[in-house]
Design a protein around this ligand. Structure first.
Ligand code: B16
Ligand code: MG
Length: 219
């Protein structure tokens, strides 16, 4: 029986992708790398240093900077990003999610966060939903990013449940792969997850509820 949920953050709980994109776009421009929507999409769900590497590679500049310079660029992007997320309020929670978190709590289920973002604690605080979660995996202690199962395994451990008792929720294909590899049931949200063949699928966060999940599990 399902007893808990592991949540991705960006794209499932709130749309911080637009802030990441703005901050990366500005940094790319400053570094003389031409921005494209394709590049922006490729960065979704990818960790901070890997995102920077992809931007430099897109501009053919992967060998032009020292590790210290790269750290400085990533720090600069993050400072800008952190300034942008200060505007988040509970109104920025994606449709259906607040109600679903309420159902989880009322039903005695547990929830934890499996996000690559080091800013996840701040974001949950801004959205005023920190106390719906028993824990947040600290991504700085995770060695392998999604699609590696590590972060979902850790999020499952925070729940103190077996993988079979957990549903993981993701909007990225690499995230769905990670959930499946962790032995949890994957609920994919949106078209981008279909290629990873999640066990359960919804078009939109508004379609997520205990009732729809129960229906999909039994069909
Ligand atoms: P930070 P998720 C990911 O969050 C974002 O989708 C991705 O764009 C970002 O680069 C990554 O977190 C790291 O975030 O720079 O804040 O540590 O989808 O795993 O919740
Ligand atoms: Mg995501």
């Amino acid at each position: 029986d399902i007893k808990g949920f592991t949540f991705d953050l960006d794209g499932v709980i709130t749309d911080t992708a637009k802030f990441h994109e703005q901050a990366w776009h500005d940094l790319a421009t400053e570094l003389g790398v031409e921005w494209s929507d394709t590049l922006g999409n490729q960065l979704k769900g990818i960790g901070r240093m890997d995102s920077l590497s992809m931007i430099l590679a897109a501009g053919g500049k992967q060998n032009q900077f020292s590790d210290d310079e790269k750290k400085m660029f990533a720090h600069k992007k993050n400072t800008h990003y952190v300034a942008l997320i200060q505007s988040l309020t509970p109104d920025d929670i994606l449709p259906g999610i607040t109600a679903f978190l309420g159902e989880i709590r009322a039903g005695g289920f547990l929830a934890s966060i499996a996000s690559a973002s080091k800013n996840a604690p701040q974001i949950l605080k801004k959205l005023e939903i920190t106390n719906y979660f028993v824990g947040i995996v600290d991504p700085s202690t995770v060695s392998h990013g999604k699609p590696d199962p590590e972060i979902f395994v850790r999020a499952g451990e925070l729940l103190n449940l077996q993988p079979k008792q957990i549903i993981g929720i993701e909007d990225a294909s690499a995230g769905v792969q990670a959930i499946k590899a962790a032995g949890q049931t994957a609920l994919g949200v949106g078209a981008a997850t279909q290629s990873a063949k999640p066990h359960l699928w919804v078009r939109d966060t508004a379609d997520i509820s205990l009732k729809t999940i129960a229906m999909k599990l039994s069909s």
